[in-house]
Design a protein around this ligand. Structure first.
Ligand code: GDP
Length: 529
């Protein structure tokens, strides 16, 4: 098969949701369709169990699962599908944000009873910022939930999306009869037990067809006719171009647990979702079909076995083909590296691959060369942008608890930060180190891993910081900026890339500072224009 064909048949995407909406269940059903797994229950949930905060076995279990489910690849109808796993737990939101830089589209799962939840809002916001094409799947239709129109409203309002329903439920919960598929013009009846069998669909080209009354009863049929009329009055027709630009979002309804509505979702997905797309680098736009290879690191995973300190760096291929045993340029280090055993990932196994195409993810064994965001190419010096750091939510001083092991400690901190476990800030005034995290759980992960993987001990000390703000002065030579640096000396720090950060201790301080020094811009994200 030609490279162009290989690219065109790839779909690389992520499934995002608030925990418990049904992401794991849906993933599993998609894999079943692809024949990648044989039975339900094969995909482990990467959720942190409740109350597991200080249970280190739980952390290790979670890490083990996240390696196994990092990328789930399978074939369906000649299409190569790569699902990139995204942790739903909010303490790992950074990890999800970074993974979103490597997807070409996403499916958002929403629980029909709970509606739009907090984590979904945050993740969709990141997708919107990047104009990532989104398909919405409303799950758990077998349960009592919100009215479909109310829910569509809520999705538009809370997620700032423009929806175009492509299927519509017939009843709900106890009365759930099935789905009218506006994409395929058929009715799919819910028997409550399509767990094992792939459900049957009945074609209804015209909703006035009496066959509909026979199938679902006259009341439901009339209701559906009214509702569909309303849908076509209120919502614009589906427009693939708008979807691809991130300006319109098709919606499907179903029940992942009952394997209902999932095939429709998948069939539509493979026909409308984008193949790997061009990516902007600092230098230029890079197209997948270009001859020369390029890719970037979006995730790094430490080896589970502490005796082998090597790590696995996950590379998304942007252009060209990646070949085994071929030297590639590590752009930041200006070094050529060769990989003898690049891994590809499948549902239940990983394999050494000789060749990978744009859209694919390869896992490369790494002894400490890679950082998140690094670019690898055939030789050209391009830098992919778009893996920003967000302001952490929690901040603590980190102290060395074993003076004999200070080298181990700094190496450990360095590597854990490269992996993206947390962010390190160094205070300008006294060189003290501050660890910033999205969730409190990470402090325990760091302490545990420093001890078990690096033989170093650390303690934490509280520090009151509201937000880390990346500082962006209009004129770095201005008197105003100089005064700002002098007055705020105690709160200035450098992040790991050497960028200047203001650690504001309260929303009030931040507001006052912005008023007093209007020419000094503050950003909550490390990358700005
Ligand atoms: P995740 O946290 O988003 O990965 O959610 P899971 O896939 O683990 O699902 C959370 C819970 O919801 C599990 O108990 C599932 O069995 C259940 N669930 C998932 N899909 C459905 C559905 O369509 N209907 C019902 N009734 N329950 C579901």
């Amino acid at each position: 098969m030609s490279v162009a064909k290989e690219i065109a048949r790839r779909r690389t995407f992520g499934i995002v949701s608030h925990p418990d909406a049904g992401k794991t269940t849906l993933t599993e059903k998609l894999l079943l369709f692809g024949g990648a797994i044989q039975e339900a229950g094969a995909v482990k949930s990467n959720k942190i169990k409740k109350g597991a905060t200080s249970d280190f076995m739980e952390i290790e279990r979670q890490r083990g699962i996240s390696v196994a489910t990092s990328v789930l690849a399978f074939e369906y109808e000649g299409v190569k599908i790569n699902i990139l796993d995204t942790p739903g737990h909010k303490d790992f939101a950074e990890d999800t944000f970074r993974t979103l830089t490597a997807v070409d589209s996403v499916i958002v799962v929403i629980d029909v009873a709970k509606g739009v939840e907090e984590q979904t809002e945050k993740l969709v916001e990141v997708c919107r910022m990047r104009n990532i094409p989104i398909i919405v799947f409303v799950n758990k239709m077998d349960r009592e939930g919100k009215d479909a129109f109310d829910l569509l409203d809520e999705i538009e309002q809370k997620l700032h999306l423009k929806v175009a329903p492509l299927s519509f439920p017939i009843g709900m919960g106890y009365d759930f009869k099935g789905i009218y598929n506006m994409w395929e013009h058929n009715v799919n009846l819910f028997s409550g037990d399509s767990r094992k069998n792939i459900e049957e669909t009945v074609e209804i080209k015209d909703l006035s067809d009496k066959k509909l009354d026979e199938l679902v009863g006259t009341t439901s049929a009339d209701n559906l006719r009214e509702e569909i009329e309303l849908v076509s009055g209120v919502y614009p027709p589906f427009d693939r171009e708008l979807y691809l630009q991130g300006k319109q979002q098709p919606v499907f309804f179903g029940s992942a647990l009952n394997n209902f509505g999932v095939r429709e979702l998948l069939d539509c997905f493979i026909s409308i979702a984008p193949a790997p797309r061009p990516k902007q680098s600092e230098e230029r736009l890079v197209r997948p079909e270009e001859k020369n290879f390029s890719g970037f690191v979006f995730k790094i995973h430490a080896n589970m076995d502490p005796k082998h300190r090597d790590r696995l760096a996950f590379i998304k291929i942007v252009s060209g083909v990646f070949e085994r045993n071929t030297p590639y340029l590590h752009v930041r280090n200006k070094k050529k590296l060769k990989f003898s055993s690049p891994n590809a990932f499948f549902a239940e196994r990983k394999e050494i691959v000789d060749i990978s195409y744009p859209g694919d993810i390869v896992g490369l064994h790494d002894t400490g060369n890679f950082k998140i965001g690094d670019t690898l190419t055939s030789g050209e010096e391009i830098h992919y942008k778009g893996i920003p750091a967000f302001s952490p939510e929690h901040f603590r001083y980190i102290n060395n608890a074993d003076p004999m092991k200070s080298k181990q400690l700094s190496k450990g901190i360095d590597q854990l930060m490269d992996e993206g476990v947390a962010q390190l800030f160094t205070l300008e005034l006294n060189g003290r180190q501050v660890i910033g995290t999205v969730g409190a759980l990470q402090y325990e992960v760091i302490q545990y891993r420093l001890e078990h993987e690096y033989g170093a001990k650390c303690t934490y000390e509280p520090l009151s910081v509201h937000k880390a703000c990346w500082v962006d002065p209009e004129n770095p030579k201005s008197e105003e900026f100089k005064e700002f640096l002098r007055v705020k000396q105690r709160y200035m720090a450098k992040d790991k890339r050497g960028q200047l950060v203001f650690l504001a201790d309260s929303p009030f301080t931040l507001q006052m500072t912005q008023q007093k020094y209007p020419s000094v811009k503050m950003h909550y994200v490390s990358e700005f224009e």
